[in-house]
Each structure stands twice: as structure tokens, then as C-alpha cells.
Design a protein around this ligand. Sequence first.
Ligand code: NAD
Length: 698
Amino acid sequence: MSEVVKLESHDIVGIVTVDSPPVNALSAAVRGGILECVKAAVADPAIKAIVLTCAGRTFIAGADITEFGKPPKPPALNDVLSEIENSPKPVIAAIHGTALGGGLEVALACHYRVATKDAKLGLPEVKLGLLPGAGGTQRLPRAVGPELAVKMIVGGDPIGAAEAHKAGLIEEIVEGPASGGEAFARKVVAEGRPLRKLRDDDSKLAAAKADRSIFTSAVAALTKKSRGLEAPLAAADAVGYAIDLPFDEGLKKEREDFLRLLTSDQSKAQRYAFFAEREASKIAGVPEGTKSRPVQRVAIIGAGTMGGGIAMSFANAGVPVTLIETGEEQLKRGLGIMQKNWEATAARGGIPADAPAKRMALINGVVGLENVRDADLVIEAVFETMAVKKEVFGKLDQFAKPGAVLASNTSYLNIDEIAKQTSRPQDVLGMHFFSPANVMKLCEIVRAEKTAPDALVTAVSIARKIAKVPAVVGVCDGFVGNRMLAQRGKQAEKLLFEGALPQQVDAVVTKFGMPMGPFAMGDLAGLDIGWRSRKDRGIKSEIADALCEAGRFGQKTGKGYYKYEAGSRAPLPDPDVEKLIDETLARLGLKKRVVSDEEILERMMYPMINEGAKILAEGIAARPSDIDVVWLYGYGWPIYRGGPMYWADTVGLKHIADRLAVYAKETSDPSLEPAPLLKKLADEGRTFASLAAGSKAA
Ligand code: NAD
């Protein structure tokens, strides 16, 4: 008998239990075990019905993705599923936890399904650049109709037991999976219910067969935002096969499409990103077993753009927040924005109608830093000035309880210097959220010189608790993300002096898959911020300065590198900007040349990768994949390109180093010279991925 799947008989009911921790993934052993046990149950004359259930915390949570890309091991999942479906005795899937991907496909091949009330059911393959490859796209539409099937397969989001019950995906909500499944099995036998094979039941497809728009409009709603991704479109086609083709033909075509996606560059990149995110929560150099400090309440200093968004993220996760401001006026404004934000989401149906009030109730808005006293974690989000930060941390040292973790949301400032304002630098670190903080998933956790391991673990685990993706980084100007972005910004600006226009540069960057180009991003953030800071530092940037002198601060003034129609955020190319650039160039005696899109792409991306190499060499990021996580979750890097360091490996480091050297010469810019680590890897024919995790990579 199998090690991981066992058959027990309770007189007329055979209970097949998968027990393969941690999540009962469908490894070859699990597939083989299920096949063997179902066959044995079918062969046992005493058994009249079979329950398929799982031990541990969940039903089969999906495929074993470590098997992807390796030679397939028998038995194939489809063979196991046809054994179940063709069983002459009813097979009942009894679900708890999450039945995802291959797990739900197993359940769909059973004749009946029951689930506990907190169970979740879904086909998230699309998120790994795949589609369900074992009948999911053919059986789910037959179970719940094409509309919900499209939502689950093309969107990839799971549904809860209540919705699954309503949609007919499960028959009953039960208390315990094994006992509930067994009771249901007895009922099926007693009532002599027929074997319900989804493959033979087209009743829920009839409406879409008659009127295809039911299907096409559901697809259109979900794919309009899938910028450049192949899998959602392929998944939609596969649901279409269920409507248009006989079951076996649909199954065959689904399999072909699945195999095509499995070897696609996009899916490889998406699977890499999945592992990169998991890897990022392992902190290099922290002793194993280091425990998080308990966090019951969080204090956030500053209710501005970032403080408000961070407070929302905590309240969304049910964590009580003390929100601290300098005055009632600022507090009222901050709380008002948060409330409006939640109400707008509730109005769109994104959260329940009573959620805004419940979440607001978790936030205690107060004036005065002495109110941090009962917080276990304090996050400072005040103005980006060292003097202000120092003053705040001095006071935090005075008022915060011993052992509280003290975090700064600074974008650039030196956390070591901030930590020196306290008598407890071991408790100080950075938690750098991204704007809008209630939406963006990245949190750079900045480890300062003296940060204690358990303070770091606390920050990482609380970030995960509030559904952020943490990436641990070291202290430097701009940390990982903004430091690399600065290199791109510098080249973007230089390109304008050589003959490119903002809209040309932005178009190349968005075509690559980024949500926005550098100039549209500048307009969104406000050009006046950089202008003031340049003035303070006595630095010039002629085109950007000229724009600001003309009152063009970006979206907030309706004009920047682009113009904006009233109430619109859509950037429109502006002939006035072209004129202003031409005049500036003429004044400086610079000649324009035709800049190719290829050059733009290389000068946008390669200097960032070069900076990434320096970041690795300095140990600011422990692994190339951590840098990729920063870009995927903080800057909207297209997931199907894996992240800048992953993408660099696919381009080839030698090519990148060579091109950088050429640009360094052509544009007389020594900052473009290939970094020593990049050069070394390029010379040795290696990739970033070949660097050992945690090494300083010098
Ligand atoms: P903001 O000006 O919108 O908000 C700052 C708030 O802090 C104001 O409401 C102000 O009244 C309050 N404040 C100032 N001193 C205070 C004190 N002593 N006690 C309590 N409250 C105080 O600024 P923001 O954009 O939210 O930025 C805050 C921090 O976050 C900065 O360090 C910034 O660099 C960083 N950050 C900003 C962004 C962004 O895109 N805006 C992104 C990441 C990080």
C-alpha cells in the first residue's frame, strides 16, 4: 500500500485519505496512491461508496510544482481522474482547507463533492502562466456554468464554500470533511443516487451554446487588464472548447494548450516569480528558529499619503492601529481620506457594505507622540527630512514601550543615522511601503547595522500578515528599488537632450510591459518635488527646470511632460513640451539625433541591471531574486518577464555588459561602465541566477 494514501473501510464506505504534508500536493506518489486505493476500493465487494479526503490542514492544494519542467512521472493525473470518474461506485470528494488547481480537478472528477464551510475552491493555474491541464477547463463549466468558470479559470481567484454550494460545485456544506463525506456517502447509497459524471452533463452549457455573448463578455471583462499575458487568453479559449466541442475533444485540446504554456517563456518567468517571492521571506544571516515579537497594536506616525495607506493595510488585516498626527486638522483630513477610500471600494462591491465602519473602528486617531505607549510596532511616515525624522525617533525612544519595533517608512534616508537617535538601535529598522500603500504589495524591510534578528523577523512576519510581500534590503541611498530607478530616471532625462521625446521613451517602457513610463510617472508624483530639491542642492536639470518654471508640475496642475484634460489622468503628448525641449536644446547648443526604440529600451533597462549588480556585490540585497521581487511588487514589472535580474539572464549578461560599455563611451557617461560583478559574470559566461544565495558575490 502507498505511504501517503491509505484506504480504510467503514463497512460499506471506503475512505481514501491522502496524507502528504504540508499541503497534500499531487506528487507522483500521491497520484499513484490515489489510483491504487480507488482501484482497491472498487475491487472490494463490501464497499458501496468511496470518500476521497485528506489529512492535515487542507485538501489537495495543487500540483507539485517542483515536478514542472522535469520528465513526467507516471501515473498521469488524467489517468487517475478517469479511474475515479469511471468507477462503478460513487466517489465523493470531502474537502477542507483549499482545493486548488489539480486538487479541484481531482474533486471535479468525483461524482459528488462536499466541503467544510471555510473551504476554498479554485483553479489558479493562470497565475503561474498556465491553465488547468487535467480537465478543469472542461468539467468546471459543466459544474457551475461558463460565467463563473471563466471568473475562476481566467481570473484565477478561488471561491468560498458558500458560493460553491450556491453554484452547484458542492452538494453540501459539512462539519468535518471525513465524517461529513462518510455521512453523505451513506445517503447516496441509501437513496440509490446515480453516478453524476460532469463529463456527461452539458445542461449548464446550454445557455452559452445558444448565446455565446454570455461567455465572451465574461472573458472580455477579465482579459482587458491582462496586459501582454498569454495564459488568461489561452484559458479563455479552453473554456470555449467546453462550450463548442464534445468532452473528449475539449480535454485533448486543453492538454495540448497546457503543454504549450508549460514550456513557454512567460510561464517559466511566472513560476520563477512565485519561487522568488517565497524565497524572499527567508532572511539571510538570521539564526534559525528566531521568533517574531508579538504585535497586537501598531502605531503609525503621520496620516498623510503613506501613513493613511499603511494604516488601511493594517486595518484591512484586522490589526488595531493608533494613528498619530501633529494636529486635529491633519488627523481629520487623513481619516476622511481613508473612510472615503473604503466607502468607494464598498460601493464597487470590493468589500462588504459594513466593512468601512468596522475598519474605521480599528483606527484610533490621536494627536501627540506620547500615544505610542501601547504599540508593539511603530511605523513613522512623517515628512522626508532627516531633522524631522530624528526628532520623532528621539521622542519614540522616550515614549515607546521596551521591545517595541521602531520602523521608518523613509524612501532614501539613512536608517543607521535615524537609529542613533535612540538608546535602542537594535529595535530600529526600515519598513518602506510603496504608494498607494493600501494597494501596492511590496514592503522593503531595511536592515540597519544594529537591527536585532528578532526585530527583523517581526517586520517580515507582520508584513506578510497584512498581505504585503517583504524583501529584506540593506541601508543605502534609495535602498534597492529607488536606487535602481534613479539610474533609469537619469537616462530618461538624458535621452531628451539627445532627441527623444517623453512620449517616445514612455511608449517603449510601457510596450515592454511596465504600467507607466518614467515621464508619466514623474507627472503623477509631481515634478515640483525634484525641482525644489535640486534648487536646495544647487543642481540644474534644464528641461525639467524649464517645465516647472512654466508652472508645469504634472497631473496636479494639468500639465507636466504631458497635458491632461480636466478630470483625466490620461497623458496627452503636448506640442508645447516639444517646443520647450527644442528651445532648451538650441539654447544649450545641442543637436538632436534620431534615437531608436532599441536604444531607448537598452538605456532604460541596462543601467538598472548594472545598479542591481552593484547592489548584489555590496550585499544590499542577498539574492538576485530579492531584487526581482522588489520590482515585481513595488514597480509593476511585468510578471511574465520575471524581474530585471531574471530578464537580464534571458538577454545575456555579455550582451548587456557590452552595450553598457558602448553607451558609456558614446554618451561620455562613466556611470554606464559595466559594474565589476556584471563584467565578471559576463566574462565567465555566467548568469545572476548562478550566484549562490546569501553570498556577497564579490
Ligand atoms: P505626507 O506629507 O503626505 O504626510 C506626512 C504627514 O506626516 C503629514 O500629514 C504631517 O502632518 C505628518 N507629520 C509630520 N510631522 C509629524 C510628527 N512629528 N508627528 C506626527 N505627524 C507628523 O508625506 P508622505 O508622502 O506620506 O510621505 C511620508 C514618508 O513616506 C516620507 O518619508 C516619504 O519619503 C515616504 N514615502 C513616500 C512615498 C510616496 O510616494 N509619497 C512612497 C514611499 C515612501
